[in-house]
Design a protein around this ligand. Structure first.
Ligand SMILES: O=C(O)CCC(=O)C(=O)O
Ligand SMILES: [Fe+2]
Length: 302
């Protein structure tokens, strides 16, 4: 790998008017100190002591919409309540700060999940499409967005160790380079038999759930394609980020290609950003994809 090792940029973070443009263009915005109040020492120690419930879980997760948490090993009612309370507090504080930092998105966004990532990334074992140490842009298999953007805030709560990311080029350039190979919508056979079978069975077993939009199917296919793409993984441009303990960073992860190489104990919150509120709607992945394949890719609102 041709790693271009670099320390994170210590420059002052951008303000509310520049931030949307940077994020939508695929920059990672870094905060040397988390810009909202974090947990106190006792709560952090409690959180660092939590374990995953079963091997199937990648992370401990919390849904601020339903108040439900999952993925952790249950020990007592008191522990479960405390974990809920901590994750809900993290969600409130992150969301409050983000609303001030990004007023443009605040009224339209939908809160997705909070996750706590207790597992060391350097030694995690997962099937290829679930591996986060390979460069990719995000597409959540269980939560198609129909063009809503993925905005995520990460905080490294490890008391002593950095979390290490690699980023590469943004979606716009990856689409130009690899879109055809990944299978642009509308091209013959863009869906392999396995994807067609999956789509059909999803519809059979969950008739109430709308089929994925063309956009969502492509984003998922592109996510898998990039992880398998030797050209990108081996020869792509790489920027290494060392996020120190206590730091935070923001990114639109459907645009910035990224991978996590090392670190444990991160907190994360995802948001779905309404495409109507974007600063650069013409540069969104959905608009770029529609232009690349010459057809609409989103489902119209009913
Ligand atoms: O855990 C991280 O630092 C990022 C992993 C990742 O790529 C993801 O959650 O989509
Ligand atoms: Fe990711």
């Amino acid at each position: 790998m041709s790693l271009e090792a670099d320390r994170v940029d210590p420059a002052a973070p951008p303000g509310p008017s520049d931030l949307p443009v940077l994020l939508e263009r695929g920059e990672v915005v870094y905060y040397p100190a988390c810009p909202f109040p974090l947990l106190d020492e006792a709560d952090r120690a409690f959180l660092l002591g939590q374990e995953l419930g079963r091997a199937a879980h990648k992370n401990i997760s919390y849904d601020p919409g339903t108040g439900r948490a999952g993925g952790f090993a249950r020990r007592s009612a008191e522990q479960v309540n405390r974990l809920h309370r901590l994750l809900a507090t993290f969600s409130d504080r992150a969301t409050q700060w983000l609303g001030q930092a990004l007023p443009r998105y605040r009224d339209g966004w939908r809160l997705d999940r909070v996750s706590f990532r207790p597992v060391e990334e350097a030694t995690r074992v997962a099937r290829l499409s679930a591996r986060n140490d390979l460069l990719h842009v995000d597409a959540f298999p269980t939560r198609p967005t129909n063009g809503w953007r993925l905005l995520r805030v990460f905080v490294n709560i490890n008391p002593s160790d950095e979390r290490v990311w690699v980023t590469s080029e943004p979606f716009a350039r990856l689409l130009k380079r690899y879109g055809e190979q990944a299978g642009l919508p509308g091209r013959a056979n863009h869906l392999g038999w396995a994807s067609r079978l999956l789509e059909t069975s999803l519809r059979l077993f969950r008739p109430a759930r709308a089929a994925r939009s063309i956009y969502d199917s492509f984003m998922l296919r592109f996510h898998h394609f990039l992880k398998r793409c030797e050209d990108l993984q081996e020869h792509g441009l790489k920027h290494v980020w060392n996020f120190p303990p206590g730091s935070a960073w923001l990114a639109m992860t459907d645009t910035v290609s990224h991978a996590v190489l090392r670190g444990r104990f991160a907190l994360e919150h995802s948001y779905f950003v309404d495409p109507e509120t974007l600063a650069l709607p013409e540069e969104s992945p959905a608009a770029l994809l529609a232009r690349a394949c010459g057809r609409p890719v989103l489902r119209r609102a009913a």
